[in-house]
Design a protein around this ligand. Structure first.
Ligand SMILES: Nc1ncnc2c1ncn2[C@@H]1O[C@H](COP(=O)(O)OP(=O)(O)OP(=O)(O)O)[C@@H](O)[C@H]1O
Length: 232
């Protein structure tokens, strides 16, 4: 596993395409992100931001090249090993949150703790502390996820992503459905939670107003050589 000096992310000659008949979506000669960095990733629609996050999270595997995430060679690991690594070391907030609608708020977060091997005796207390820190008070905890507002679901998704104290926290447009007041509050809470765990943060958004929360701003079109596929 990783040491303190090892980068959180190191990609070398990283390429990805969906199939042999489709054009290359990502072609990144070199990318290094150090542990603890706060990265704001942006680029036009279709430029491959979500695809890159999925590669970093091990959801998909590079077509060619090397990708090390906290020292692990993701380009060489099987799907099962990548799933295991993700559950233990990476927290993700997806665009659509992907909560399980009929499970309670607490159990949605507990499931992630279980998959990460951290559903121990202190788990319920840790979940409730996390939910409280993210602004969800106790009368929400036993509600099914489908009975929450979009903003509340986002907070559950962040709690779920952070419950295992991940070394890498990845978020794909997690604040897009919030108004500007709630967005700032949400960003503050999210960064505070990431600070507590000293996580590396990679955050994708079209909203450039949010980039002031981040120490590094990465334009995907500058980072890579593949052309953006035109959206019809
Ligand atoms: N499952 C898929 N199969 C084939 N092509 C796909 C698939 N998912 C995405 N693509 C294509 O890959 C390219 C990159 O898509 P991606 O979702 O990574 O872009 P993005 O920068 O995240 O876009 P947006 O800002 O609109 O979310 C696009 O041309 C898209 O059409």
């Amino acid at each position: 596993m990783s040491t303190q000096t090892e980068p959180a992310i190191h990609a070398h000659q990283l390429q990805f395409r969906w199939s042999k008949r489709q054009p290359t979506v990502l072609d990144i000669p070199e990318l290094r992100i150090d542990q603890g960095e706060r990265v704001f990733l942006f680029g036009p629609s279709g430029s491959g931001k979500t695809t890159l996050l999925n590669l970093l999270a091990g959801v998909t595997r590079p077509t060619s090249g090397q990708l090390h995430v906290m020292g692990e060679p993701m380009h060489r690991l099987s799907g099962r090993k990548r799933d295991h690594f993700r559950a233990q070391h990476i927290g993700i907030v997806f665009q659509q949150f992907n909560l399980i609608p009929y499970l309670t708020v607490t159990d949605n977060v507990r499931l992630a703790a279980h998959l990460g091997g951290k559903n121990d005796a202190t788990c319920t207390d840790r979940i409730h502390d996390m939910l409280r820190a993210l602004g969800l008070s106790d009368h929400h905890w036993r509600r099914p996820a489908h009975a929450l507002s979009v903003g509340q679901q986002q907070r559950v998704a962040v709690a779920r992503a952070l419950i295992n104290s991940p070394q890498l926290f990845i978020a794909d447009e997690p604040s897009s459905a919030l108004d500007s007041d709630h967005r700032d509050e949400f960003m503050h809470l999210m960064m505070q939670a990431a600070d507590q765990h000293n996580s590396t943060v990679i955050f994708v958004s079209h909203d450039r107003a949010l980039q002031s929360h981040f120490s590094r701003h990465l334009d995907l079109t500058q980072l890579q050589r593949a052309a953006v596929q035109e959206t019809a």
